[in-house]
Design a protein around this ligand. Structure first.
Ligand SMILES: NC(=O)c1ccc[n+]([C@@H]2O[C@H](COP(=O)([O-])OP(=O)(O)OC[C@H]3O[C@@H](n4cnc5c(N)ncnc54)[C@H](OP(=O)(O)O)[C@@H]3O)[C@@H](O)[C@H]2O)c1
Length: 330
């Protein structure tokens, strides 16, 4: 029996942005399940974070076949949370998953072949307990598989009804352009490109972001807090329960390298009456070309604090200059 009742106010505050020239709108903030939703994590907290997000108008939850650890467990746990709470609200949700990184042994569990993508999508649906996902992504560009093969697999996933939209992630600009062309020809235009983008990683600014705008493809900015570096998490050392303490995707050495910048950015944020996390999110939210900013969270407190970034996305020119100055320092 489902006891959860979502907040009746859930659509009052959130902004929804159209993804490129598609019909689909995504919340300005979406929630990703890369960390904190695996079997090694606290299930009750995972459930609380997801329900809190939905109560605040976050309709988009982002997964991938390999999220956990162990790989696959974030999908399984999300499926449990869905079944226990959100199943009646399936039509209010945008659930995405991806395939592209190593998932099972042998030559068919990695990269971009049709064999891998379509088998992986079936496995993801099985783990989540769904008939379809809303967005199915090719998680990374595969230089060895013909792009036609990967894009046809995405298009066929849509045509089979197992995904509603196709997306790509981490593709360089040139390969993205070809992918958009192929998908359009196949009758399943690319909905969105999911790319790493934060104050600390601005690679999309050189050519990808303008390409997406011209092609009418949306942009999801992931790791907008640089995995927690762009917050006050590491200002007073490395907490034991933090991502950097685990030294898997974020290392203590990475924290040390940017610490001086974190301190300065934190001062700029304080002068704006924002936390550093809120300013870092607002810095992305101010750009109309960004469809959604995809955050992670290990607690409901982090999520709630980050949602406040929507309340102030204005920057004075001198504030932007000051931020650029700090970011350009060695
Ligand atoms: N397509 C891809 O290849 C790809 C790659 C990476 C990520 N993604 C997607 O993007 C999502 C977000 O990535 P991410 O988790 O790296 O995003 P992020 O928002 O940059 O980092 C999230 C982490 O920052 C810390 N944090 C968040 N809010 C905070 C606050 N208010 N105060 C202090 N610390 C705070 C937490 O770290 P602690 O856990 O240490 O508390 C949290 O887990 C993923 O879940 C995934 O869906 C996609």
């Amino acid at each position: 029996m489902i006891n959860y009742q979502p907040a009746s106010t859930r659509y009052d505050q959130m902004l929804y942005n159209r993804s490129g020239r598609s019909g689909l709108k995504l919340p300005a903030l979406s929630l990703g399940l890369w960390h904190n939703f695996g079997d090694i994590d606290n299930f009750e907290m995972a459930e609380k974070i997801i329900l809190k997000a939905f109560d605040q108008g976050i309709t988009h939850f982002d997964l991938a076949n390999n999220y956990g650890p162990p790989p696959g467990s974030a999908e399984t746990n999300f499926g449990k949370i869905l079944l226990r709470n959100l199943k009646p609200f399936r039509d209010e949700l945008i659930i995405s998953t991806k395939a592209g990184y190593s998932m099972w042994p042998g030559p068919y569990g990695d990269w971009g072949s049709r064999k891998y993508l379509l088998s992986s999508l079936d496995q993801s649906l099985n783990r989540i307990g769904l008939d379809y996902v809303d967005i199915f992504y090719s998680h990374r560009f595969d230089p060895e598989t013909p792009l036609e093969e990967t894009m046809t697999a995405l298009s066929d996933a849509v045509k089979s009804g197992k995904a509603l939209y196709a997306g790509i992630s981490n593709y360089p600009a040139e390969a993205s352009k070809k992918a958009f062309h192929l998908l359009r020809e196949l009758g399943t235009p690319c909905l969105i490109h999911q790319a790493r983008y934060s104050m600390f990683d601005r690679w999309v600014e050189s050519d990808l972001i303008n390409l997406l705008e011209n092609e009418g493809v949306g942009c999801v900015a992931y790791s907008p807090l640089a995995q927690g570096l762009l917050t006050d998490r590491y200002l007073k050392g490395i907490p034991n329960d933090s991502r950097a303490a685990r030294e898997v995707f974020l290392t203590k050495e990475q924290v040390d390298r940017v610490y001086h910048k974190i301190v300065k950015l934190n001062n700029i944020a304080q002068n704006k009456n924002q936390s550093l996390a809120q300013m870092a999110l607002a810095w992305l939210l101010k750009d109309a070309r960004i469809t959604s900013v995809l955050i992670g969270a290990s607690s409901t407190a982090q999520l709630e604090a980050n949602l406040k970034s929507l309340q102030n996305t204005n920057f004075e020119a001198d504030e932007l200059n000051e931020i650029d100055q700090v970011l350009s320092e060695d």
